[in-house]
Each structure stands twice: as C-alpha cells, then as structure tokens.
Write a protein that binds this ligand. Structure first.
Ligand SMILES: Cc1ncc(COP(=O)(O)O)c(C=O)c1O
Length: 375
C-alpha cells in the first residue's frame, strides 16, 4: 500500500512556500541579526518581518511575540517564567488533567520546587467545567494554563470563559495553542489570553521553532538567561532561517478555508467507518466541538497498536501504550473516563491540507479487510 500520512497532529510536512522563504537563509544570508554591520541588516529585517507575520496571525502587536525553539519551550517559558516572576504574589497554578507533557512536566518540576498545582478534571468529551476553575482559584493563584485544543482527541476548551474567570480574580491566563493554530482561530484578543504558545512543526513550518505570545505588561523571568535577545525574554542568537519559516507558515495559516475541506474529509471518514463497523467503534472526544482535522476512534475490545501495526504504510497514533506487557490508556483517555475496553482500541487519525478522499477510502477499506480476516 502507498504510504498514507494521517498524523498531522504529530507533525506536518514543510509547506512549499515555507521552504521557498527559507532558501535565501540557507544559501548565504548568514548574518547575526544582533550585529551592527551589513551582514546583519537583512537577517534583522527578515526576523522582524517574520515576527510581524506571527503577530498578524495571532492578532497582537509585533513586540508581543517571543521566538522559541518550539511549543515545549514556549510552554516552559510561560509556566516557569510566570511563577519565577510572581513568586512574591503566590505559588499556585491551575491547569487541566489532559494537558500535553510540555505542560504537565514543567508543572511537576515546579511542584518539586514547592509550587502547588491543581489539575482540573474533564468530562467524557474532554471538556473542563469553568465552574471547577472558579472554585480552584485561590488568593495564592498566579497562573491558569488550559490548552486550547487537545492533541489526542481534538476537543476545544472554553478558553474565552476561562480567561474571563481568571482575570476577574486578577490571575494571568495562558493557553497552549500548539494544536489549534492554523486549524481554528487563535486571535488572542478574541480568546482574551495573556500568554499563548505555538509550535512551528504543527503548522507546516520545520521542527525547532515556535513562539510565545506575551501580552504587553506581562513580566516573565526568562528560562534561558544570557544576552538580551528577544527583548530580554529569551537569550540566544535568533535564527532568521527558522523565524522566516514560522512567519511564512503563519502567513499561510491566516486563511483557514483549507480546513473546510479537511473537516468534510474527516466527517466522511467517520461516516464510512460507522457504516463498516457500526457499534464496534466509538468516537473519542467531543462530537462537534473539536478540531476539524482530528478523528480519534476506538475499535472496541481491540488493541490500537495491533491494528496500526497491520495498517501497513499508514502513519497514525494510538491512545494506548504497552508498558511491561500491560496495555495502558493515555492519561488523556483515562481523565475522560474512557473504559479500558474502549480506550485500548483507540487510534488517532489526524488529517491535513494534503489529505485526499482516496487516502481515506483506502484506509477504511484496509481496516475492513483487517477485521474480516481477524474474524
Ligand atoms: C498540545 C501540544 N503542546 C505542546 C507540544 C510540544 O511542541 P514541540 O514539539 O514544538 O515542543 C505539542 C506537540 O506534540 C502539543 O501537541
């Protein structure tokens, strides 16, 4: 079978327009953007132009964008930077039980340093209840961090309402938008957030670049100390090559119309699976309020990894992992209360701009064959 890529939530290919934008910086524009001579001028201009492109996608000012090495670093800067800057005010962070490890692990680290972290529960669709957030905030709370959309099941969280609740109590609000950027609107004013993370390789830029939106006036302690790059918020010589790539990718991502086709294909995929498998499959995540490209489906009573292993040439992810001979559900599915019988058969298919109807048809057919042979 021809290779089929249905793992766009893991990473996206580099968009051809992004590669074109990067080319001059591979072929000779090597200047350090911080230098004061001819070789730096183009690099500095390109860096600032890229910053403007990222800012335009997020609907913020250029100086509110800090380039990072990716989503993980942006999240680390938001969480550690806020806690270290606001230690005198408090030491309590509120987040959710379904965050990516790039949020969970910095939180665990901060807990080891003495911080308190509350992990809000989610319902069966992966939604948090804003009333739980309201109850969780204490006078010691300095930051709320809730992901915009979940990477495994695609459920979109009620960010606007949660940010409002945090602000009513004078608390900063961060959202991890690594999965939502380029798929749904990530306008920081509409969302009402103070901090927002994005990752280049989820939006058709290369790996190794991302950005953190930092609302003007929000003070963060840097995580990487050094020279005064990125207005003193993140030391390290900026890569014009990678910034330009992220800028070009963000420029393209402003037009969300390609997501209409992706959503149509994703829904078609689900209907065809339902036709073939009936009640032997279940949808994980919210039926409607979720990312347009994400289809997390459980083959009830089966093991996702085993199905994937037989789906030769199809790149997708499973929601279960085998540890010491035991199948364990992902923390996200566990938090959603998905039963082991259902959850261990979970497969995440995530579609992208290049996904075709033929590819979806071929995967459904192959799945049907696998199951026919297994009976
Ligand atoms: C929701 C979410 N946050 C953060 C990250 C980490 O981003 P990066 O790989 O750029 O560090 C990912 C990547 O899988 C993600 O899905």
């Amino acid at each position: 079978m021809r290779p089929i890529y249905l793992d766009y939530n893991a990473s996206t290919p580099i968009d051809p327009a992004v590669a074109v934008a990067m080319r001059p910086f591979l072929d000779g524009r090597y200047g350090n953007p911080s230098s004061g001579h001819w070789a730096s001028i183009e690099a500095k201009a390109a860096l600032e132009n890229a910053r403007g492109q990222v800012a335009a996608l997020l609907g913020c000012a250029d100086d509110e964008i800090v380039f990072t090495s990716g989503g993980s670093e942006a999240n680390n800067l938001a969480l550690k930077g806020a806690l270290f800057a606001l230690r005198d005010k408090g030491d309590h962070i509120v987040t959710t039980a379904i965050e990516h490890p790039a949020i969970v692990e910095p939180c665990r680290f901060l807990e080891r340093l003495g911080a308190q972290v509350t992990y809000l529960p989610v319902d069966g669709a992966g939604h948090i209840d804003p009333a739980d957030l309201r109850r969780a905030i204490t006078p010691r709370t300095i930051l709320v961090s809730i992901m915009h959309a979940n990477n495994e099941v695609g459920t979109i969280e009620p960010i606007e309402e949660c940010a409002r609740i945090a602000h009513e109590r004078g608390v900063l609000f961060h959202t991890d938008a690594a999965q939502s950027v380029g798929k749904i609107s990530t306008d920081v004013t509409e969302l009402g957030v103070d901090l927002l993370s994005i990752a280049g390789h989820k939006v058709y830029a290369p790996k190794g670049v991302g950005a953190l939106y930092v609302r003007r006036g929000v003070l963060l302690e840097p995580v990487i100390h050094g020279a005064g790059h990125e207005a003193g918020r993140r030391a390290g010589t900026e890569s014009a090559l990678l910034a330009v790539a992220l800028g070009a990718a963000c420029e393209r991502a402003r037009d969300l119309s390609s997501m209409d086709q992706v959503r149509t294909l994703r829904d078609r995929f689900w209907h065809e699976l339902q036709k073939s498998f009936g009640n032997r499959i279940a949808l994980n995540g919210h039926p409607t309020h979720r990312l347009p490209n994400t289809l997390n489906v459980s083959f009830v009573g089966r093991i996702g990894a085993e199905i994937l292993a037989r789906l030769d040439g199809v790149a997708a992810s499973t929601g279960s992992a085998c540890h010491a001979g035991r199948i364990e559900l992902s923390p996200v599915l566990q938090a959603m209360g998905v039963t082991p019988e259902v959850g261990m058969g979970a497969i995440r298919f995530s579609l992208g701009r290049a996904t075709t109807r033929e590819e979806i048809g071929a995967v459904v057919q192959r799945l049907a064959e696998i199951f026919a042979n297994a009976v």
